[in-house]
Ligand binder design. Structure first.
Ligand SMILES: [Zn+2]
Length: 89
């Protein structure tokens, strides 16, 4: 998991509640995915097939949630891009 390196900076607006909310959701989803992957790798050491399978599914599901959260962030950010507040603020 090295994708954080290429992750572009989110054009977050500190004064936008929706930006903050979506970004928080994305951050939490990212953390949950990492935790799921760590748990899965820890389970691999135990050789518990059922546990590994369950955790693998959890990791996939967490990755899906993260992708959705990321899309929501960027979809929302795009609305800012269209309505640039030039010369304001
Ligand atoms: Zn916003």
């Amino acid at each position: 998991m090295v994708e954080n390196k290429s992750e572009p900076d989110f054009p977050q607006r500190q004064d936008c509640e929706e930006c903050n909310r979506l970004w928080t959701t994305y951050t939490l989803a990212t953390r949950q995915q990492l935790e799921a992957i760590v748990a899965q790798e820890a389970a691999l050491q135990t050789g518990d097939v059922e546990k590994i399978k369950a955790l693998k599914e959890a990791a996939v599901e967490a990755g899906r949630s993260k992708a959705l959260a990321r899309k929501a962030v960027w979809d929302h950010a795009a609305t800012h891009a269209k309505t640039k507040l030039q010369g304001q603020g």
